[in-house]
Ligand binder design. Structure first.
Ligand SMILES: N[C@@H](CCC(=O)N[C@@H](CSS)C(=O)NCC(=O)O)C(=O)O
Length: 291
């Protein structure tokens, strides 16, 4: 299945090299970058907060990427957009109800058109923002895996592609933390960002996991991994790094099971509210209202 939104229009402006210098104290990854495969990028520091970038090749930079943080549940929300496309179609992965207004404000400031509000799985520790977003931005579609058993507008299955402009995400099944957990991986192709980026939800955390099967480790070692949570102050890792240093996934199966059975984590504070709400994608059927 290919989900596509936006017309495929190429214009001269879409090939203009650009980079958005940015620094935001509210974002743990305090830079915004756009890039495309095989481009060479040079940068000049203009001040302690700003850098200007110029591309030395003709390849069009495309992906706008932001990592956003919700501190009560230590959850990462990811904003991705094809900013070379005239519509600037965008999607949010794992939005949290508490930070929906912040995220939608950012989408507005950046001039993006939000088309998907997606979840990697049915979360147990917070209420997804997808239902609220649907109520505030008419036309946005909620997305979750079919295997999650949750309500949404679009159900994805392993191998599906989710297109936003000329970029796309692939869906990989990474069950374990929940049966319906999926990892969204940026596309594999000449016009897609390199290295690839994988949004792992709770299947793989940096130097940890909610439990993963080993789908993620079949990706190239330089693949950037962006989890749904971090409890230690990390923001990104790579497949190669986790293969070497993940204290759980470097162990044999028995040791792994033993570690996971003895985590002794507290009962998640929000679980009794979050799971029922997230099974309907967070107030799925709210009537649309003005922002
Ligand atoms: N204290 C938090 C919940 C923390 C927790 O259990 N995190 C989950 C992911 S969210 S369901 C997890 O899998 N953690 C793995 C680990 O190694 O920490 C709360 O009460 O909400």
């Amino acid at each position: 299945m290919l989900l596509n939104v936006g017309t495929f229009i190429r214009s001269a402006t879409r090939f203009s090299p650009f980079i958005i210098p940015h620094s935001s104290p509210s974002s743990p990854s305090s830079f915004c970058f756009s890039f495309s495969p095989k481009q060479t990028v040079s940068f000049t520091l203009q001040s302690s907060q700003m850098a200007s970038f110029t591309t030395l090749s003709q390849s069009p930079p495309k992906l706008l990427f932001r990592q956003l943080f919700e501190k009560e549940s230590s959850t990462y929300t990811y904003l991705l957009a094809d900013c070379s496309h005239p519509d600037k179609p965008a999607l949010l992965i794992d939005p949290v109800d508490r930070t929906v207004d912040r995220d939608l404000n950012l989408v507005k400031e950046l001039g993006l058109k939000l088309i998907y509000a997606m979840n990697t799985h049915v979360h147990a520790d917070h209420v997804t923002g997808t239902g609220l977003i649907k109520g505030k931005v008419p036309g946005v579609k909620s997305v979750i895996s079919k295997a999650s058993g949750s309500k949404a507008d679009v159900f994805v299955e392993p191998g599906d592609k989710i297109s936003f402009g000329d970029l796309f995400l692939e869906v990989r099944a990474t069950p374990g933390h929940t049966m319906g957990c999926v990892t969204y991986v940026t596309g594999d192709g000449p016009d897609q960002p390199q290295p690839r980026m994988a949004f792992t939800g709770d299947a793989l955390l940096i130097r940890g996991c909610g439990r993963t099967d080993f789908q993620i480790f079949t990706l190239p070692k330089e693949t950037l991994l962006y989890p749904a949570h971090d409890y230690k102050g990390f923001s990104v890792t790579t497949v190669g790094e986790e293969m070497l240093y993940n204290p759980r996934l470097t162990k044999d199966e028995e040791t792994f099971k033993n570690i996971m059975e003895n985590l002794n984590l507290a009962y998640p504070k929000m679980i009794d509210v979050a799971v029922p709400a997230n099974m309907v994608c967070g107030l799925q059927d709210l009537e649309p209202k003005a922002n």
